[in-house]
Design a protein around this ligand. Structure first.
Ligand SMILES: [Cu+2]
Length: 607
């Protein structure tokens, strides 16, 4: 194995197309694009030039790739044309180039081989490559995303906003033997889907370089005031007039928490979003496409008469939030995690996402007015992140019924009655409705079957660690850094295994490509369950995770996480890695191979 150079099929750059069969094609140029990003510290836009996907509906300067929608059973084709400039030998030596690329369809249950979800190829500047993904007819409908995954370039490229939502659409009804798509429940009395918002959270950490090539305004380690932790924001990076923001390095200097940058949404910082209708449920598809900081989002009413967010400079925003984003956080109803429908709708007041995570939820603004989307509303005292406003949404119309949850339950039940109205559907209709009335269970909408202990054929271990020396940090899994020439685990097709994973130092969202996993347990060093609200060790960041399916799981230091996964359907080589791109790029990654033991046995006999 190892990184292979892409071959180039003939293709044309241009817009997205959908064939009569529902197959979807996109073609993108990867190129530097000029644009501007709002800087809350100055209240003005900073000019930036960043590596970008351009094509489909994405214009230069959008800094987000188009939202792709495709139905199960269809084929998605994505042509990439790498127009970035060739790297100089000096850049290659200093690791400051990051112009090779490729593509990962995060969370799609597709082959990792050939020109499918293959992240082990590299597309250098001047080359083209056609990715093609066959999405099976039994692929779960849900919220996935796509982004470059070239080892060593991930931080710079994803950190430049090179990411887009990838939605598998669903309208399958459940039967007594097959699951359905939760989408059929998310419709109003007239059968119209709930209004939808896709929010791709991004952490675009451009810096302006001064004449010496140093990031302007970057505080040096020795300047950090005593008593303030080095990784807590102290002073934002600046851009002198005429300078253009870029992302050109991936060393520690470019660390997000030091930059003072704000988490953005869909290529913009603190964007003005479409108003909502008060009292109406909306489906929100949230994707953490950032590189570092968690998004723990709460919705709070913005007090009448509060100044507009864009009138408040970054330095005053924490005070503005404390004074004006008032009252209890609004309830939200979580439907899915990482694109995979939960076993039940879960009521929460905080959407918790770490890099790579997705959360699908229903939100509802109870009355006309403005509402704050507050980031880091729940902060760990030990490692506080700055309190930030992601943006403000306005709701219009008249105030709604106060019993939101009762209204939601009857909306879901009503949609189930209408969707499953045929006489022959009576048994499944009754089951779905009984489940909804019993804690809003979604048992008929979960696509992956639970993995019982009897099915577990083996165990694997991944221990993530950072070794720090005064000069450098080393990012390891199982005691060594990633080596693209080394195969770390051979996984037999057709079997299920349990993985025991943990972090010895730092917090790492671990992502597994190809097959999702079911969470078995998350415990602290004393064996206490941190997912259980009744446990003294309860950690709200892990609430509601037990037994659910995901493809990315946060490893906090010293917690023991166990999950089970099936190596089904696809053979080939792929990876598991920390989704803090900087960590993955610097070695926190393993190569995995699913092989077919029957084919191997046959080959052996023939030999
Ligand atoms: Cu990490």
């Amino acid at each position: 194995m190892g990184l292979t150079t892409a071959i180039l099929p003939a293709l044309m750059a241009g817009a997205a197309t959908t064939s009569s069969a529902g197959d979807v094609s996109y073609s993108f140029e990867i190129a530097r694009a000029k644009g501007a990003l709002y800087n809350p510290w100055t209240g003005a836009d900073d000019p930036v030039e960043l590596r970008s996907f351009v094509g489909g509906d994405a214009k230069p300067g959008d800094f987000v790739a188009p939202t792709i929608r495709i139905a199960p059973g269809r084929t998605l084709t994505i042509d990439l044309d790498n127009r970035l400039e060739a790297c100089t030998p000096e850049q290659i030596e200093k690791h400051t180039c990051a112009n090779d690329t490729n593509l990962h369809t995060h969370g799609l249950w597709v082959s990792p081989s050939g020109n499918s979800d293959n992240v082990l190829i590299s597309i250098p500047p001047g080359e083209r490559f056609r990715y093609q993904y066959r999405i099976s007819s039994d692929h779960p409908a849900g919220t996935f995303w796509y982004h470059p995954h070239r080892h060593g370039s991930g931080f710079v490229q994803v950190g430049s906003g090179m990411a887009g939502a990838l939605i598998v659409t669903g309208n399958r009804k459940p039967t007594s033997t097959t699951p359905g798509d939760v989408d059929i429940l998310l419709k109003d009395e007239r059968g119209r889907p709930f209004p939808e918002r896709v929010m791709l959270f991004q952490q675009i950490q451009y810096g302006c370089l001064d004449d010496k090539g140093k990031i302007e305004g970057r505080m040096q380690k020795e300047q950090v005031a005593p008593g303030i932790k080095e990784d807590v924001y102290v002073r934002p990076w600046t851009c002198a007039p005429g300078r253009v923001g870029r992302i050109e390095g991936d060393d520690h200097d470019w660390d997000w928490t030091f930059s003072g940058r704000f988490t953005g949404i869909n290529g913009k910082v603190q964007p003005r979003l479409q108003p909502a209708r008060a009292g109406r449920f909306e489906r929100w598809r949230l994707i953490h496409g950032g590189t570092r900081e968690p998004v723990k989002m709460q919705l709070r009413a913005l007090a009448a008469g509060a100044p507009d967010l864009h009138m408040v400079k970054g330095a005053d925003q924490e005070k503005w939030i404390a004074n004006h984003c008032v009252g209890e956080p609004l309830p939200m109803w979580q439907l899915a995690m990482d694109g995979l429908t939960r076993s039940s709708v879960r009521r929460t007041d905080t959407a918790v996402l770490f890099p790579g995570d997705r959360v699908d939820l229903l939100a509802r603004f109870p009355a006309a007015g403005r509402y704050c989307l507050v980031q880091n509303a729940t902060r760990a005292a030990a490692n506080p992140q700055p309190l930030r406003a992601l943006t403000v949404i306005e709701a219009t119309g008249s105030a709604a019924d106060t019993d939101a949850e009762g209204q939601l339950r009857s909306a879901l039940v009503g949609a189930a009655e209408r969707a499953l109205s045929a006489k022959s559907e009576a048994p499944i209709r009754e089951k779905v409705i009984a489940d909804l009335r019993d804690g809003m269970k979604l048992a008929s909408f979960v696509w992956h079957k639970p993995i019982a202990e009897e099915e577990v054929a083996g165990y694997r271990e991944a221990v993530l660690n950072i070794l720090e020396t005064p000069k450098q940090a080393f990012f390891h899994i199982n005691g060594r850094p990633y080596d693209h020439r080394r195969m770390d685990h051979l996984l037999p097709l057709g079997s299920a295994e349990e993985w025991r994973v943990m972090s010895l130092l730092g917090v790492h969202p671990l992502h597994m490509h190809v097959n999702p996993f079911q969470i078995v347990s998350i415990r602290n060093g004393r064996g206490d369950d941190v997912t259980d609200p009744k446990s003294p060790a309860f950690d709200p960041d892990y609430a509601g995770l037990k037994n659910e399916w995901k493809d990315t799981i946060l490893l906090k230091q010293d917690l023991r996480v166990a999950f089970r996964t099936r190596y089904e359907r696809f053979t080939g080589d792929f990876v598991t890695h920390c989704h803090i791109m900087f960590h993955g790029d610097h070695g926190m990654m393993l190569n995995l191979r699913i092989f077919d033991p029957r084919a191997a046995a046959t080959a052996h006999t023939a030999h």
